[in-house]
Design a protein around this ligand. Structure first.
Ligand SMILES: Nc1nc2c(ncn2[C@@H]2O[C@H](COP(=O)(O)OP(=O)(O)OP(=O)(O)O)[C@@H](O)[C@H]2O)c(=O)[nH]1
Ligand SMILES: [Mg+2]
Length: 451
């Protein structure tokens, strides 16, 4: 029977450069404390109980054991005193580093990648998610199939079991390769099915808006509120593993499809990104990506960078983007009314067009809805224009880009009543000059990309 008491874990993080603690590390390097805070969350999400942490200076990194043999022995002594079952590294261990560490430290050794894979495995609900996670796990496991292995799928229930004996190794490798091939084929079938769904959708020309962002940023909460869906929301990492697409009919604009997706994280394992490629297609194909940010999170800026890195990796880096600064209520609790406003202003300067919302209170939703419609170029307005006869090109433009509701030849020109995208309507009004000239500073439609 598997032991169901939580695994006791020691966390090992790495300090950049080996320099004494700095108040502000380089932008792309989290402080060890920040790193550990996230690793702790991940470990707890996987069902482990964190009993201690170790920070090792990067200057002492060794190719054989990562942290150096001396440090490894120190950890083994600590284990004998404290009796933890698991050492979790914030860095990815090479297969040989893992083996060497296991030879010194007499308990399970996991790295950040294995931990994330384990969480995904626990969370996978649909067939597709399960297949994708298993594929990623097997690819991770294949080069590590020697000596004593850690059964990643049973992190919560007794690990550190002996791995397969050498004679069985080749058979196991072959089995794993066969299984990988099988899973790949299965994923191809699912992808083909999705493709058919998308084809139907694209015929309808309903734009696809996809929520993307760091894990726990509030994507599913927003999705549920905006789409009135029953998306799965939980204050845990990686609550959502499946893409969920819902149709939204906003009161102030055209219908759209809203997709909720799996959360990203710093150092998201490549095997996982590759395996989730079909799920993440909803991001790559989005007419608009809503980058949901937990504006109240201390590591917010680095989280945003991590999301950008994943978007680039999956080939979605150039999709039209709108930054949604979520958890405004929490930011206000932290900084007060004025502080929060100043912070949002600062961020809106860095990310033009960013909208601040609270998915919990619904604050900022009308602005968000408008921003989405604007970004899609889908918000429509009715223009009434008396187009002078010498400006026939303008009349042609209205016919081309709008839906003409009425047209009448008058003394001063053609009177046209037409429905068109707000930005185009603004352009028409601007071309005609006062009265009713467009005053707002919204970008011209030519500056917006795609549909
Ligand atoms: N205070 C506050 N909490 C929020 C807000 N939005 C979401 N949350 C909370 O944040 C936690 C995570 O929300 P989710 O919607 O599950 O986050 P997610 O981005 O879907 O997370 P993953 O699926 O793990 O990537 C939940 O406890 C939510 O209740 C907000 O605007 N304000
Ligand atoms: Mg979610």
């Amino acid at each position: 029977m598997a032991d169901t008491s939580p695994q006791r874990a020691l966390l090992v993080a790495v300090e950049a450069g080996g320099a004494p603690r700095r108040a502000r590390p380089e932008a792309d390097e989290p402080s060890p404390e920040e790193s550990l805070a996230e690793l702790r969350l991940l470990a707890e999400t996987a069902g482990a109980q964190v009993v201690g942490t170790v920070i090792q200076s990067r200057r002492e990194w060794s190719p054989a054991t990562l942290i150096g043999e001396g440090k490894a022995r120190e950890i083994e002594r600590l284990r004998q005193e404290q009796g933890f079952d698991l050492v979790i590294f914030d860095e990815e261990l090479s297969p040989s580093q893992q083996r060497n560490l296991e030879a010194i430290i007499n308990c399970g050794i996991l790295d950040r990648t294995a931990l994330i894979l384990d969480i995904f495995a626990r969370r996978a609900r649909t067939r597709e998610a399960r297949v994708q996670v298993e594929l990623a796990q097997l690819q991770y496991r294949l080069p590590r199939l020697t000596g004593r292995g850690v059964d990643l799928s049973r992190l919560g229930g007794g690990i550190g079991t002996r791995g397969p004996g050498e004679t069985r190794l080749e058979i196991d490798r072959r089995r794993i390769r066969e299984r990988i091939a099988h899973l790949r084929r299965e994923l191809q079938e699912v992808a083909a099915h999705r493709e058919r769904q998308r084809a139907g959708r694209e015929e309808n020309r309903v734009p696809l808006v996809t929520l993307a962002g760091y894990t726990n940023a509030g994507k599913s909460t927003l999705h549920r509120r905006l789409a009135g869906s029953d998306a799965y929301v939980e204050d845990r990492l990686f609550a959502t593993l499946d893409t969920m697409v819902r149709r939204v009919e906003p009161p102030d604009g055209e219908p759209l499809l809203l997709a909720d997706t799996v959360g990203f994280i710093r150092k998201l394992p490549h095997t996982l990104v590759a395996a989730f490629r079909s799920t993440l297609e909803e991001v790559v194909r989005a007419d608009l990506i809503l980058h949901v940010v937990d504006v109240s999170h201390p590591a917010r800026d680095r989280q945003m960078d991590a999301v950008q890195a994943v978007l680039d990796e999956i080939g979605a880096g150039d999709r039209p983007r709108l930054v949604v600064l979520n958890k405004l209520d929490r930011l206000r609790d932290m900084l007060g009314e004025d502080g929060a406003r100043a912070e949002v202003e600062r961020l809106r300067h860095r990310f033009p067009g960013a909208v601040a919302v609270s998915a919990v209170t619904g604050e900022g939703f009308p602005e968000l809805s408008r921003a989405i419609q604007d970004a899609l170029g889908r918000r429509r307005a009715v223009v009434e224009a008396l187009v002078p006869y010498p400006m026939a090109h303008l009349a042609a433009f209205i016919h081309q880009r709008g839906r003409v509701l009425a047209e009448e030849y008058r003394a001063g020109g053609v009177f046209i009543r037409a429905e068109m995208e707000t930005s185009l309507a603004d352009r028409v009004r601007a071309a005609l000059g006062p009265p009713g000239t467009a005053r707002n500073g919204q970008g011209a439609p030519a500056e917006r990309s795609g549909r």
